[in-house]
Ligand binder design. Structure first.
Ligand code: S3P
Length: 168
């Protein structure tokens, strides 16, 4: 398929860039977290708390399988941990072009400081949590991506332009 899949760490701008990009391309925008919440009927943080992370990861894989059934082109924002499973990376490859939105740890810390929706970042020591997760994930994001875009200090419209320059 020729979807655009935005990947990257929590707070890197997948949703805001994704919405603007979808508008520019005149295609629907979907966010895997929103699809999961809608299908499951619970918020992500409640899914994590009540059913655990593995259950949530299974829902991510199911969501990718569903998205693969759609023929209409879309911009898809993938949850930050979604590319971790090899089978999900294979789904991403089948879905279309993966764009990795990069942000420095300082930018992420600043954006995620007030956040209470992301279970993996709750409970203090935000910098350490981000650093640890980034160390585990950075290589995976890079390997999964067809295109990488640095987002620090850029306006959303600039990032959208960069994606459009590279994605037909
Ligand atoms: C997660 C990222 C979140 C959400 C969940 C787990 C992660 O999505 O899927 O809290 O493991 O990085 P965003 O990247 O949209 O915040």
């Amino acid at each position: 398929m020729n979807h655009v899949i935005l990947i990257g760490f929590m707070g890197c701008g997948k949703s805001s860039v994704g919405k603007a990009l979808a508008e520019a391309l005149l295609v629907p925008f979907v966010d895997t977290d929103e699809l999961i919440e809608r299908r499951d009927g619970r918020l992500i943080r409640d899914i994590f708390r009540e059913s655990g992370e593995d259950f949530f990861r299974d829902l991510e894989t199911e969501t990718l399988a569903l998205l693969l059934e759609s023929n209409e082109r879309m911009v898809i924002a993938a949850g930050g941990g979604l590319p971790l499973r090899p089978e999900n990376r294979e789904y991403i490859r089948q879905l279309g072009t993966a764009v990795y939105l990069l942000a420095t740890e300082e930018t992420l810390v600043a954006r995620l400081r007030q956040d209470d929706t992301r279970p993996l970042l709750q409970g203090g020591e935000l910098e350490k949590k981000i650093e640890r997760l980034m160390a585990e994930r950075e290589e995976i994001y890079r390997e999964t991506a067809d295109l990488q875009i640095v987002t620090d200090g850029k306006e959303i419209y600039e990032i959208v332009q960069e994606v459009r320059k590279n994605v037909g």
